[in-house]
Write a protein that binds this ligand. Structure first.
Ligand code: SF4
Ligand code: FES
Length: 250
């Protein structure tokens, strides 16, 4: 495949940044998007030019590190697919492809396509955990969990913390990420003791980090590579209202 890439290059956080065009020949349609960028970087290094910085780790769709806006869409054109699992056969021979970093006020660019997503970690640190000592694993049948709750919690727990929801949101909100965490923990018996403090603390951290408010446009769930459903945000809002109104009922 022949490709024209227009890639966002930015030296550091204070650099203005710009799109730079690169031509690639002979890219295998079976290459992943990141492997295609590896080929570009090998060529840049061979030409004594600065390679393009981009985030990645597992390349298996599980770590949440890959984070590219491809032709205007976080993680590119294939639904429920991370950038690292996207393959070049999804593009046309000769296509012009724009590659940009996540764009959100809370995610400043560090270099080229790499942004600082530590505000997501800050939210986890402020409440996205269960602190009760669990000891050895209890006998599974001693803590019954209704099947619909278990299924819903499992679905929410699939969030890999990539931040595509934030990049897709016109308000730069992390409500889908937050809703996924609050739902996954709040539906489990082990998550009950901290349920109300968790939602208040995580939402406060969300707002302090500069994420915007959710207006339920739904772009987040479309961009989410794990298909986290929009209704986790309803649960987030419901828990927050109950926590702050003092009702604290299920
Ligand atoms: S909700 Fe989806 S898009 Fe948002 S961080 Fe989790 S996996 Fe990524
Ligand atoms: S590199 Fe781990 S999910 Fe893409």
């Amino acid at each position: 495949m022949k490709l024209t890439l227009r890639i966002w290059r930015q030296t550091n956080a204070s650099d203005k940044g710009r799109m730079v065009e690169y031509k690639l020949d002979d890219i295998s349609p079976d290459a992943s998007f990141l492997e295609m960028l590896d080929v570009l970087n090998e060529q840049l290094i061979a030409a004594d030019e600065e390679p393009v910085a981009f985030d990645h780790d597992c390349r298996e769709g599980i770590c949440g590190m890959c984070s590219l806006v491809i032709n205007g869409t976080p993680h590119g054109p294939e639904r429920n697919t991370t950038t690292c699992q996207l393959h070049m056969r999804k593009f046309k021979d000769g296509e012009v492809i724009d590659v940009e970093p996540w764009r959100a006020r809370a995610f400043p660019v560090i270099k080229d396509l790499v942004v600082d997503r530590s505000p997501l970690d800050d939210m986890i640190q402020s409440g996205g955990y269960i602190s009760a000592p669990t000891g050895t694993a209890p006998e599974a049948h001693s803590v019954p969990v209704p099947k619909p709750d278990a299924d819903r919690a499992f679905e929410a727990a699939e969030c890999i913390g990539c931040g595509a929801c934030v990049a897709a949101c016109p308000n730069g909100s992390a409500a889908l990420f937050l809703g996924a965490k609050v739902t996954a923990l709040g539906l489990m018996p082990q998550g009950q003791p901290e349920r109300w403090d968790r939602v208040v603390s995580m939402l406060d951290t969300h707002d302090d980090a500069g994420f915007g408010g959710c207006t339920l446009t739904g772009e987040c769930t479309v961009a989410c590579p794990k298909g986290i459903p929009l209704d986790v945000i309803s649960r987030l809002n419901s828990d927050y209202l109950k926590a702050t109104a003092g009702g604290k009922k299920k």
